[in-house]
Design a protein. Structure first.
Length: 478
């Protein structure tokens, strides 16, 4: 008899059919494989952002142009995330994960061998395709590894790994740059990817799939990939103040393709682009909150290395250590915020946290000309406190405001809002550099504070949504 906990069209492990009759054991090899891939994808983004000033100097390109190293990665992930998630429902998450891990590892080697900005940006885009495959199915794999009664622990462990990896990224980048050149930041992914593959190949569960209501829609996948890729490209090109005709062509093409996608999927029970969920006020407001909050994070984390090195004259090693308090505090405060969300509205918790984030970013932008390391670290910690206070309650609001049978679509939207926000933030940094030169980093921090304030307002608006409109969805165990 099918597992009642798995929504139609989602993977079901054979062992889950007897879950109610006997306890399930956790395959720790499979768990290590999934979490190692999550750590790699998270580390790679944090490491690359921290190294942007060094890469720009070595490749003899402007700070604004070097942002494409980050943009290319985000463009590829945003473009492929939803199609890979749909493909995982069709073929099984194991297959998508393995292909993604191989692509990510090979592309990491390509990044390490790159000697120009175009070649590095291209290999970063390929790396982003691999990361998109990994991010699209990691939660589905954790669901098959953990029994339903302990699924909350698995989700919490996934969040902890993301927090620790993000916290370690700037410090690890600084340590590597103190003894080696920037290509080694990408080369270290290769042995780690091989280790993850060695764990994954024999251990990841081979799942039989329930037949979904319709097969994988290749045309919808193409419209999704090209539409979102054009959208991110248009944002990045506009930020670089490139030729207006090129920017407008990309923007118009993105609009046409995404409208065609909406028209094609109208009336489908489980569309690849889950617009049906945005008709729910709590889900829509929580998505807007996430988009603006991650835009603030993107503006901050891309601009901070330049701000610390070029404005405050810190070296790359100091930069990594000074940025670490933000993600460390996020990792510490997120579980506490998650427990508080069981008793307090997410709109209230998110509004408070994002207001603190806005104040923290503003305080960084208005640092004195020669601040101490303690001054900088305390402001970073304040930003981490605010961001961590928002993250867990917002995630819970998104998941509980979607019906159980649409949990896959909700998970895809969570990742999509995060990546679109970070991509728009990176594009905003490039625009600030184009307009303000070295002072562009300070402008980006002010823009980040403004985005956090917008996110706080969107979060507070959720307090007006009646509980009956969203609390019908069951709480996630744990």
């Amino acid at each position: 008899m099918p597992d009642r906990d798995a929504p139609t069209g989602n993977p079901v492990s054979p062992s889950q059919n007897s879950a109610a009759a006997q306890p399930q054991l956790i395959d720790h090899r499979a768990l290590i494989a999934v979490l190692l891939a999550v750590a790699l994808a998270t580390l790679d983004s944090a490491i690359a952002n921290t190294a942007l000033p060094t890469i720009a100097l070595d490749l003899r390109v402007s700070a604004a142009a070097s942002i494409w190293v980050a943009n290319a990665y985000h463009l590829a992930v945003v473009a492929t995330l939803l199609p890979f998630a749909a493909l995982g429902d069709r073929l099984g998450p194991r297959q998508v994960y393995l292909v993604g891990l191989v692509v990510f590892t090979l592309a990491s080697a390509g990044c390490a061998l790159s000697s120009s900005l175009p070649s590095l940006s291209l290999t970063r885009a390929v790396q982003g395709i691999g990361a998109g495959a990994l991010m699209s199915v990691n939660i589905a794999l954790i669901r098959t590894i953990y029994p339903a009664a302990r699924l909350g622990r698995g989700m919490g462990l996934n969040a902890l790994v993301v927090g620790v990896a993000f916290a370690a990224g700037p410090t690890l980048a600084s340590l590597v740059l103190s003894v080696a050149t920037w290509p080694w930041l990408f080369a270290i992914n290769v042995p780690l990817g091989i280790v993850a593959l060695a764990f994954a190949w024999p251990a990841l569960p081979r799942m039989r799939m329930r037949q979904p209501g319709h097969g994988f829609d290749a045309i919808a996948a193409m419209l999704t990939c090209v539409g979102f890729a054009c959208l991110v490209f248009a944002m990045g090109s506009a930020a670089q103040r490139e030729d207006t005709s090129k920017v407008m062509a990309a923007a118009v093409l993105a609009m046409v393709l995404l409208l065609a996608l909406v028209r094609r999927e109208a009336g489908r029970a489980a569309p690849m682009l889950p617009l049906d969920l945005f008709r729910r006020p709590m889900f829509a407001l929580s998505s807007i909150t996430a988009l603006a909050a991650f835009a603030a994070q993107g503006l901050a984390f891309v601009s901070l290395p330049f701000y610390l090195e070029q404005v405050l004259h810190r070296d790359p090693v100091q930069t990594g250590f000074l940025m670490s308090p933000w993600p460390i505090v996020v990792a510490l405060i997120a579980p506490i915020a998650g427990r508080l969300s069981d008793h307090h509205p997410p709109g209230l918790l998110g509004g408070i946290g994002l207001t603190v984030l806005s104040l923290g970013l503003a305080s960084l932008a208005w640092l004195p000309s020669n601040p101490s390391g303690t001054d900088i670290a305390l402001r970073m910690a304040l930003c981490g406190l605010g961001f961590g206070f928002f993250q867990s309650p917002n995630l819970k609001a998104l998941m509980t405001s979607a019906p159980p049978e649409r949990s896959g679509g909700a998970s895809g939207v969570i990742a999509l809002m995060r990546l679109l926000g970070q991509s728009s933030g990176a594009a905003g940094v490039a625009l600030c550099f184009s307009l303000g030169g070295v002072q562009g980093a300070s402008w980006a921090l002010v823009a980040g504070a403004a985005c956090a304030a917008i996110a706080a307002a969107a979060s507070a608006a959720r307090l007006r949504v009646p509980a009956a409109d969203w609390e019908h969805a069951p709480q996630r165990p744990g």
